[in-house]
Design a binder for this molecule. Structure first.
Ligand SMILES: [Zn+2]
Length: 335
């Protein structure tokens, strides 16, 4: 952009174009629209089950029948896509539930595709919810502590993604942050004939305090240690660029930055650098903070939520994953 040609005051008065709502919307540079929203949902087995998540008012663990209802309501409001997380009945040290043909997510995908065929169903590909220890990969314990094993984990992730595609998932979304997993998943999908199923990779996923409420939702808190040996250090954005480049080389179709609001600079750099479809995940605490402040009467929930999601669009995100998706879609219709 060349600012040398801009007139200066008093010939140029920026306020001229702010005088009326019509003028303001005529020159608006960024739009938030419902077509770009993805609603994350948590599914667990049962019937008529809506288990509230304490730190995320309005968000529930849902049994498959309730999941269909919740997804249906969001879809009707204008949300085109959901992102599924599963809570299995049993956990083990191989994450068997993640790739079981009749695992909770696989069941939920089949049901959603049958009941709501026009809804785009994205599945989270990770092992932590299914591991008894809560880590995203296989763990090797020794006297000196525990290690998260990278390469042996890849096979399980690829198997998980393929079983979700088999169930009918439209997009698979690996969130584990193991090295080389996009390549492993792409190969396995292709080998099984799912070459048209896109991968949305959590390419730059940071180890973040803002995931706190999610762990209650997905029951995936690590039983020991933390995730800093695989998720990224909040200090690093050059490394984020390398991570994204790697995922693109390995075959990612959409790249994601997570969390969103505290990492807008990363979103901006990723979009500017690669021009790839870019997703921003407005994580659980981003939602909870607004909800909590609004519940106390400290801010206007609707305005604050819309402004923060618009900021992600402005930074370069094409796709916004948010727990507020259904509300936002409704609010957008009202305006
Ligand atoms: Zn995980």
């Amino acid at each position: 952009m060349n600012f040398d040609t801009a007139a200066s005051f008093p010939d140029y008065r920026p306020r001229r174009l702010r005088q009326t709502p019509l003028l303001r919307s005529l020159v608006s540079e960024t739009q938030l629209d419902a077509d770009r929203l993805v609603l994350p949902l948590f599914v667990r087995s049962g019937r008529k089950l809506r288990r509230p998540i304490h730190a995320m008012p309005g968000v529930y663990q849902l049994s498959p029948d309730e999941l269909v209802r919740e997804a249906g309501k969001a879809h009707e409001a204008g949300v085109p896509a959901v992102l599924l997380f599963g809570i299995p009945e049993q956990k083990d040290t191989k994450a068997s539930g993640a790739y079981a043909a009749n695992g909770i997510v696989q069941q939920a995908v089949r049901l959603l595709k049958k009941e709501l065929p026009k809804l785009l169903v994205i599945t989270d590909v990770c092992l932590c919810e299914y591991m008894s220890h809560g880590h995203c990969g296989l763990v090797q314990r020794s006297k000196s502590g525990a290690r998260i094993l990278n390469d042996p984990t890849l096979k399980l992730l690829a198997r998980t993604a393929a079983s979700q595609a088999e169930a009918g998932a439209d997009v698979v979304a690996p969130s584990d942050m193991m090295d080389g997993r996009v390549h492993a998943i792409r190969q396995e999908l292709d080998r099984q004939g799912f070459d048209e199923v896109p991968i949305m990779s959590y390419a730059a996923k940071f180890a973040s305090a803002f995931y706190g409420p999610f762990r209650e939702a997905a029951e995936s808190a690590p039983q020991f240690g933390d995730r800093r040996s695989y998720q990224m250090d909040a200090a690093n954005s050059n490394e984020a660029i390398r991570e994204v480049a790697l995922d693109i080389q390995e075959g990612a179709d959409i790249v994601m930055v997570k969390p969103a609001l505290a990492y807008l600079d990363v979103i901006y750099r990723v979009k500017t650098r690669f021009g790839y479809p870019t997703a921003a995940y407005a994580v659980s605490a981003e939602y909870s903070m607004v909800k909590a402040a609004a519940a106390n009467g400290w801010l206007d929930e609707r305005a604050a939520m819309m402004e923060s999601l618009l900021a992600m669009r402005r930074a370069g995100a094409d796709i916004i994953i948010t727990y507020a998706a259904a509300d936002v879609a409704k609010w957008l219709r009202e305006t």
